[in-house]
Structures are given as C-alpha cells and as structure tokens.
Design a protein around this ligand. Structure first.
Ligand SMILES: Cc1ncc(COP(=O)(O)O)c(C=O)c1O
Length: 399
C-alpha cells in the first residue's frame, strides 16, 4: 500500500498576483534565454501507449535533461537572475541584457574580480557555475553533506570552486549567505527570506521559460499539471505562470505539488494553512536530492497558496517507480531518462493511476478518461550510479 499524504487547497487568487510569473514576463525571460549559447526549447514527449494503458486521454512530459547541456532545468533561473543583477550593478538598459553584450570585453573588464556564491544540492549550483563560466566571473559553490561526488565534479568542471560541507541543506544556505556578506560576493540563492527576495524572484522568473515552451508545444490545454517541489520556487513560479495563462476558475487545470515525505515543508505549510511557513528540521533522508530542502521559499509558497489545488507528500518508492516507467516505456512511447527529483511528479501521477488503494485520491483529483496531464521531468540522470541502482538493478524503497 502506497502511503501518500494529501492536502487539498481552495484557491485564493486574490492573495498573490500571478503576473510576476505570467505569460508577458515569461516572454521577456525567454528572449533573454534565446541569446544564450546553446539555447533550444527542450522536447515535450507524449506517452500515448501509457495514457491508453492507464485510462487517461493524454500524458505529456517536458524533458529538461537537455537544457543547456546541464542535465536539468535549473540553469534557466541562475542565468536570468545573474543577468538582471549584473544589469543593476552596471546600470544597463533592458536592451543590453543579452548574452552578447554581457560577455563582451567591455563588460568583462568592468566585472573583473566579481564572485558569485551559492549553496546547492547539485542542479542549481551547476547552473550558476555555468553562467559564471560563460560571463568570465568567479564562482563559489557550497554543497550539503552527503552530496554525490559526481554532482560536485560536474560543478568543478565548469571552473567553480566547489566543496561539500558537513552541514544540512538549510545550514549550507545560511553559510553561503554569511560568506557572501563577509566577502562582498554576489549571493545567487534559489530560495528567499526576509531581506533577500529580489534575486530569488528573478531566479523563479527564469524558470518560466520551460512553462512557456510547454504551453506552446501542447496541442490542447492540460487538465492536470504535476510539479515537484524542494523549496517550492520552481513549482511556485510555474503555478503562477499557469494561473496567469489559464485562470483560476473551476475549469483551470488542477495544479498538484509533489514532495518527498522526508522533506515535505510545502505540504506541512499547506496542512497548517495559517499564514506561517513550516520547516522540516534536521537531516532530510531522501533519494530526491534536489527536493531535499527543509524550508519553503515564501514567494513560491505565496503562488502555491493562491493558485494551486493540492499538495502531496510521496514515499521514496514513487520517485523510483517514475524513473523506471519513464526510462522503460511501452512500445511506441519515447524513453525519458529522469533522475530521482526529476521523476517525482510523474511517479506520483502514475502511482495514483495504477494503485487500486489510491482510487479515492484519483477520484478526488478528477483523474479519468478525459484527463490531459502535463508533468515536468526536471532533470536527467544527474547521479548515474543511483540511476542504475534503481532502473537497472531494481533497488527497492519504502512505500
Ligand atoms: C531536478 C529538480 N527538480 C525540482 C527541483 C525543485 O525546485 P525548488 O527547490 O525550486 O522547489 C529541484 C531543485 O533543486 C531540482 O533539482
């Protein structure tokens, strides 16, 4: 029996405008991303045989594994926010916020010696390191204890000074913030707190490019959108984008936020729904490294509270199921290589559709033969041994 903890939310659109993450803003963001080397929309794959087997109209998956050659969507956020921050520091006009100008010798000369710093469980740091490399900036990346060496090496290969600390994720974030303050470095963190909101908001806006691409690639509007959350910045931004695009009425797509049970800070915040943020203290033991965050991002949560419909905390086995199904499709469907965090939303969906004991949840979510479902595979196999253990060797996890 799969243990899925669920809380339903009634939307409160009046509590947070979705405009900051809406279509107009996303178009501006995408114009910036289009100026970056290697920009191409990632593919949206349709799993027709799977949808037929599971009794729904369609299942589409946005595959972010090819984004900028970084194996995850995260470079979208770091690159956009770094550009905006440099624009402020150098007093640039909006029209100058493009890669050619920012990487010109004139700008490089003015930025000499500037250092970016961030904390990461892997993907975000890789995106910031890549941006720093493109623009000739120094970059320091701190990772929580237990981070995979492979993820560390991938960041170092981009020229960043990266290290694994003996701290939890939340403590690593605090350490990066203190180090930035002491050295007057630029903190590029993908979550926010009192007094530090602008850069995280721009990182979130950066993520909307993948939602805009998906909306343009889909033939029909979806009825359900599954988004996985760590601090809730990505899912918050995309929730805002889709609310802006499709509205908040009863016929808008259901937005479902998915987290690991071991790091269910958005779920806890939704369950209490009293205006406070609820953190998960201590060590967060989950294979979904990108989602192993203890404290929600306020701006992300505000969007989720206003415009999302349901929060689900999944067992470890759901992410593993999602990876296996995506990597081993039915005849006629394309394969998607998806890592533990990348497959969380999809694994939640397929478990709900496949497990008889989740029939009630399936009904409550109105998942039926007319459903058109959109999932985001937000990373490829960012930890290859972990991927093989699960997908090849069938490593089992608690339900
Ligand atoms: C692959 C992947 N998916 C989803 C997320 C969740 O993003 P957020 O922390 O903004 O909720 C992350 C965060 O690092 C990630 O690496």
């Amino acid at each position: 029996m799969k243990n899925m903890k669920t809380v339903f939310l009634e939307r409160k659109p009046e509590t947070a405008s979705s405009e900051k993450f809406g279509v107009g803003q996303a178009q501006k963001v995408r114009n910036f991303h289009r100026s970056l080397p290697g920009y191409e929309p990632t593919r949206l794959v349709e799993l027709k045989s799977l949808a037929a087997l599971l009794g729904v109209r369609s299942i589409e998956v946005k595959d972010e594994s090819s984004r900028f050659g970084l194996n995850a969507f995260k470079g979208l956020g770091g690159s956009y926010a770094v550009a905006r921050e440099l624009g402020r520091r150098l007093n640039l006009k909006d029209s100058e916020l493009n890669f050619n100008y920012l990487s010109s010798n004139k700008v490089k000369e003015r930025l000499k010696g500037q250092t970016l710093i961030t904390a990461t469980d892997g993907n975000h740091g890789r995106g910031v390191a890549w941006t720093a490399q493109q623009l000739g900036l120094n970059c320091v990346v701190l990772m929580p204890k237990g981070s995979a060496e492979e993820r560390l090496d991938n960041i170092r290969r981009l020229g960043a000074q990266a290290s694994i600390t003996d701290l939890t994720y939340d403590e690593t974030v605090r350490s990066a913030a203190e180090t930035a303050h002491q050295n007057e470095w630029i903190l590029m963190q993908d979550t926010d707190w009192e007094g530090y909101r602008l850069i995280p908001c721009e990182i979130m806006q950066g993520y909307t490019t993948m939602a805009l691409e998906a909306a343009e690639q889909m033939e029909d509007r979806p009825t359900h959108i599954f988004l996985q959350a760590g601090v809730g910045a990505m899912s918050g931004a995309l929730t805002g984008f889709f609310a802006d695009l499709y509205g908040d009425d009863l016929d808008a797509p259901r937005i479902i936020i998915v987290e690991p049970q071991a790091a269910d800070c958005i779920f806890r915040t939704a369950a209490a729904d009293d205006g406070e943020l609820y953190a998960v203290p201590g060590e967060l033991d989950t294979i979904m490294a990108g989602l192993a965050c203890g404290t929600p991002c306020q701006t992300g949560w505000d969007q989720i509270r206003a415009h999302a419909d349901c929060c689900i905390a999944i067992p470890e086995s759901s992410a593993a199921d999602g990876m296996r199904i995506l990597g081993n499709p039915l005849a006629g469907d394309p394969a998607v290589i998806s890592g533990e965090s990348g497959a969380a939303g999809f694994g939640c969906l397929t478990d709900i559709l496949r497990q008889p004991d989740l029939a009630e949840l399936k009904d409550k979510l109105d998942l039926d033969s007319s459903s058109r479902i959109l999932c985001f595979s937000t990373e490829g196999a960012t930890y290859e041994k972990g991927y093989r253990d699960i997908v090849w060797d069938g490593k089992q996890f608690p339900d």
